[in-house]
Design a protein around this ligand. Structure first.
Ligand code: NOJ
Length: 698
């Protein structure tokens, strides 16, 4: 077969193309030395490899083609001459080498890319990297001087989040509401309450947050509405479409309630409605009737509300009171905790086992459906929509963990972890270890932990645990694995304001003054100026200011390198810049009556961190000489007591004051976790290849 002949047939490409084609054809064995066909079909005897192997194979060749062989390459040469030269071994061989090199490199690159992608651990999401900061809207910043915090106020303070290196902000409810339960009693899920601003203010806030790289998480309050909601009015008047939007049962004004169920805020969970002549259920205030999620129209309404806010661009939802979304349809009495107690005196949520009002079958299906809606809006890169659930299950940790979903069906990104709220019950290292272990040991494999020590429903930790411990507590939150949530003011060590005069604003406080949540909701302390910088008008603030605002405030602490705020900030920076904190193993190292100690390490990275936190009431000296994985000498990178920064300690004698916490950075090539698997946890294994600065799954 005459391949060289075929090489030339129809050869009408540009010079560049002809080179490529020629590389191909000239590389093929030239089985026939009969020359090549010219455009007119005649053979060109000169189309031969004249200076390569063929010349050697055919010593007479030079003689046969003396004319072409003499022609040197020149610009504009005809194709015959071009081909003559391009097929010479001198040009052809390097070209072939280059060609195959290119092929090999491309294949290698593709293989490398596929391998790197396959081995890379998942990218961390925004809600994992940054702590979540909870803004209690009424108390954060008042822009118009009416005494109540508002959306424009948050916008004014965005720099605060940037200063703290916080990217995720959860803003408590701003929906239209009669504010019986601080906005958790919603009259219109799609409107902004005028007290907090307008829809335009909301949109501006969101746009500005996004432009600053901040994410906004909002409350989703599916369990109930306000009794002023349009649906409730239509339901109580018996409108056919709305009549089953809520949970109604027969009863009359004087007769007993349908069952013994009690409201979270105390007394019966049923209220007689004289318009409809029936009782409706409310697991919270009587002004907060429970929605009936067994009704498909109600489910559809809630999905539409989720869409509405996702379309607006919110980055996530804190879904409240999820364990109470459904109640048993049979409406039987719940068992009493103390069966001997007179049934008529059962009035508190603690008097009953909530077998029929919490964690009912079908509840996770609702949440999974909502999660699926959020997933549909999470496809664009960087637009993941986050979901965190609120469910107080107390000692029933398994129930809480259910909200993570399964490996096949996603639910919450994490359910709030409320265990550290119990920290003040017993300030000791062993106790704190127990609380941390409760979560770590029960969390499903591969899930992401989270921590908090306060929110608008809980006393402030700086008061309940004591101001001595606030720094160590912040250090704990910011060095444990997973996402910490910071309730506004915790970064400066704000305390409860117990000296609140006048009637309680909070519903819980109306039933029981000692349970009031007003003390933890006092206005944010921005400065020592008028009204602590919360607003600069002479009129009142919705709740009184804590009198300590003159010394405990953001401005003063920004100027003090040793402040709670400065320490929070450095810890947060450390947390986000060091792989062992974000991705590494967490291992329990030691716990006693005072000290809780743990470490963070990453395979392949010689830098690791040891934390030694004294939660006891006395100074302590911790001996970690039995931990061979630790080097003998340890340098304190950060102490809550700055005078101890940079101290070099022997591992057998690590002194801490009560309430002192140490972050110790050390260098090692011996990991702790392989020898102590039962003491260590990691959400997703990752290893570091320092030679090429690469993180991979291992
Ligand atoms: C959860 C909120 O955190 C709490 O403040 C509120 O009282 C209840 N939901 C009821 O709405």
């Amino acid at each position: 077969m005459d391949l060289s002949f075929k090489c030339f047939r129809g050869f009408y490409f540009s010079v560049a193309t002809s080179n490529v084609v020629c590389v191909y054809f000239c590389w093929l064995p030239q089985s026939n030395s009969g020359g090549m066909e010219l455009g007119d079909g005649s053979l060109n005897p000169g189309f031969r490899d004249v200076d390569g192997g063929s010349a050697a194979e055919d010593p007479g060749k030079e003689k046969r083609d003396p004319e072409y062989a003499q022609i040197k390459p020149y610009a504009g040469m005809p194709k015959e001459v071009l081909l003559l030269h391009s097929c010479k071994a001198r040009y052809r061989v390097p070209r072939e080498i280059l060609f195959w090199l290119m092929v090999a490199c491309t294949l290698a690159l593709v293989a490398l890319t596929v391998t790197v992608i396959a081995l890379s651990p998942r990218c961390m999401n925004w809600w994992q990297v940054s702590p979540v900061y909870q803004v209690y809207l009424r108390s954060f910043k008042d822009s118009d001087g009416d005494g109540v915090g508002d959306l424009k106020g948050i916008q004014k303070q965005l720099e605060h989040f940037q200063y703290l290196n916080i990217k995720s902000v959860w803003v408590s409810p701003f929906y239209r509401s009669p504010l019986r339960d601080s906005g958790y009693d919603v009259e219109d899920f799609r409107a902004i309450d005028p007290l907090f601003g307008t829809m335009q203010d909301f949109e501006k806030l969101l746009a500005e947050m996004h432009s600053k790289g901040l994410k906004l998480i909002v409350d989703l309050i599916p369990n109930h509405t306000s009794d002023r909601h349009r649906w409730f009015n239509l339901s109580r008047t018996g409108d056919p479409h709305y009549k089953d939007y809520y949970v109604w049962s027969d009863c009359n004004g004087s007769a007993p309630r349908p069952n013994n169920w009690v409201s979270v805020f105390g007394n019966s969970a049923w209220t007689y409605d004289d318009v409809r002549g029936q009782c409706y259920l409310h697991q919270f205030l009587k002004e907060q009737p429970d929605l009936n999620f067994r009704n498909p129209h109600v489910r559809k309404e809630m999905t539409d509300i989720i869409h509405f806010w996702l379309e607006k661009g919110v980055d996530g939802f804190r879904v409240g009171a999820v364990n109470r979304l459904l109640e048993a349809a049979h409406l039987r009495d719940e068992p009493q905790v103390d069966p001997k107690k007179a049934p008529e005196s059962v009035a508190s949520v603690w008097d009953l086992h909530h077998d029929y009002t919490t964690s009912q079958l079908g509840l996770h299906d609702l949440l999974r459906d909502w999660r699926a809606e959020m997933q549909a809006y999470s496809r664009e890169p960087g637009r993941y929509r986050f979901m965190v659930t609120e469910s107080y299950d107390y000692h029933e940790v398994d129930k809480t963990m259910m909200y993570y979903g399964t490996s096949l069906v996603k639910e919450s990104d994490f359910p709030f972890n409320f265990y550290l709220l119990d920290l003040p019950q017993n300030t000791s290292g062993l106790w704190v270890k127990h609380l941390v272990q409760l979560w770590m040991a029960n969390m499903p494999k591969g899930q992401w932990p989270n921590w908090l020590v306060g929110n608008h429903d809980q006393p402030r930790i700086a008061s309940s645990a004591g101001h001595t411990y606030i720094r160590a507590i912040n250090m704990l939150l910011l060095t444990l694995p997973g996402t910490p949530t910071t309730y506004y003011g915790e970064e400066i060590g704000m305390e409860n304001n117990n000296g609140t005069d006048g009637p309680a604003r909070d519903p819980a406080g109306k039933y029981n003054a000692s349970a009031s949540q007003d003390p933890q909701r006092s206005p944010m302390q921005w400065s020592s100026d008028m009204n602590a910088g919360f607003n600069n008008k002479t009129n009142t603030t919705w709740l009184p200011l804590h009198p300590d605002y003159r010394s405990i405030n953001v401005k003063a602490q920004m100027e003090d390198e040793g402040s709670v705020l400065a320490q929070y900030r450095s810890l947060n920076t450390l947390r986000q810049s060091e792989l062992p904190f974000l991705r590494g193993w967490f291992c329990f190292v030691h716990a006693d009556a005072s000290v809780f100690s743990y470490l963070r390490e990453l395979d392949g990275l010689s830098r690791a961190f040891l934390m030694v936190l004294n939660f006891g009431g006395e100074p302590a000296v911790t001996d970690l000489s039995s931990v061979p994985e630790l080097p003998d000498l340890l340098t304190v990178q950060m102490s809550t007591n700055r005078s101890n920064d940079d101290k070099v300690l022997h591992k057998s004698r690590i002194p801490t004051e009560a309430g002192e916490g140490l972050v110790i950075q050390y260098t090692t090539n011996t990991r702790f976790h392989p020898n102590h698997p039962e003491q260590c946890y990691v959400s997703e294994k990752a290893c570091y290849l320092s030679a090429v600065d690469l993180l991979y799954q291992c």
